[in-house]
Design a protein. Structure first.
Length: 346
């Protein structure tokens, strides 16, 4: 009974110590009807988990503002939204104090939401920008499979396959995550026999299998994605070196595109951009978007991929562009150039 009374008193003491005013030991002893020695012992115990501070200009104790926020009741949708916001790249820059605080908050939310199955409503609130309608159904099914520790069979519409037809494959799902405005699942793919990432809106169907699986204890999503440009993960390490034209240097230098990027301004005004990646397809598409304003210095494999993308663009649009150019040329050509008669003078 004594321990219970003391625990209740400690909780009440936390409430009393909040605020801007310092409380003396004598005042606290009168408030709780105990001895000053008991209050000193209580304050010593509270100082272990809470930053109880003393009055620098006299006797008294208090909790500094913000040291112990009052309890808030969040709905599950509000908690999921907060977790998604804490995963934004802006607050997770490598090594920053904000990133460490965000990580701490994510871990606390994960413990609070451990038994929560994310619903389609929560999915919408969590900030799905570019995921298609398949993502909502896939998310609920995969979250349930992860919660139960079960393998699944998915029907996946890959963009990298030869015929792009939906393929059935077994998957041992480990984690569902939101990155670059879309939802993904990472797990062990039984077709490729290795960890793979799948975008949820390309999953046409999910079927639960009667097989129990276990997530590897040493798997960490952040570590797994370290070498990715956006999401895709590869087995190799490529040292990517780009050179941006002087006109683009301020744009690239003043933005952040990857956690491991390094830039150097060259004497010509161009910008050297370096980053180490495990896969090249995503960054090749990014480079192609700049047209001729960026040059791939290394590796050669990345240069080949960018050239192939340029060839595909030319094949798709080149003839149409040439036809339009010819039409404009014909319309603006002088009549004589189109075979008209020219009368000689005299």
């Amino acid at each position: 009974m004594g321990d219970l009374k003391r625990n209740v008193r400690l909780l009440d003491l936390l409430t009393v110590l909040r605020g801007t005013r310092y409380r003396t030991v004598a005042e606290l002893a009168r408030h709780f009807d105990v001895s000053e020695r008991t209050i000193f012992r209580d304050l010593a115990d509270l100082s272990l988990p809470y930053p109880v501070e003393t009055n620098p200009s006299g006797p008294g104790y208090r909790l500094p503002p913000g040291a112990d926020l009052p309890a808030m009741r969040l709905t599950t949708e509000e908690a999921v939204l907060l977790r998604a916001m804490l995963s934004a790249p802006l607050v997770n820059r490598h090594g920053s104090r904000v990133a460490r605080l965000a990580g701490s908050l994510r871990r606390k939310l994960a413990r609070a939401l451990a038994a929560f199955e994310e619903t389609p409503a929560a999915l919408r609130l969590a900030g799905v920008d570019r995921s298609g309608p398949n993502a909502e159904a896939a998310l609920s099914a995969l979250a349930e499979a992860i919660r139960l520790g079960r393998a699944v069979e998915i029907v996946y519409e890959s963009l990298s396959g030869r015929d792009q037809r939906p393929i059935r494959r077994g998957l041992e799902p480990w984690e569902v995550f939101h990155r670059r405005d879309a939802w993904y699942v990472v797990g062990h793919c039984r077709v490729h026999r290795e960890p793979r990432i799948f975008r949820l809106d390309r999953i046409a169907a999910v079927g639960m299998l009667d097989e129990t699986v276990e997530r590897p204890r040493d798997f960490e999503l952040e570590t797994f994605l370290e070498g990715s440009w956006e999401v895709f993960h590869g087995r190799q390490r490529h040292e990517v070196v780009l050179e941006f034209a002087p006109a683009l240097s301020p744009l690239v230098r003043n933005a952040r595109h990857h956690e491991g990027e390094r830039t150097r301004l060259l004497p010509s005004g161009a910008l050297e951009y370096r980053v180490t990646l495990s896969a090249l397809d995503e960054v090749a598409r990014w480079i192609a978007g700049f047209g001729g304003a960026v040059r791939v210095v290394a590796p050669e494999e990345l240069r080949r991929r960018v050239v192939e993308l340029a060839r595909q663009l030319l094949a798709a649009h080149g003839e149409a562009a040439r036809s339009a150019a010819r039409a404009r040329s014909d319309e603006s050509a002088p009549r004589a150039a189109r075979g008209g008669r020219v009368r000689s003078a005299g």
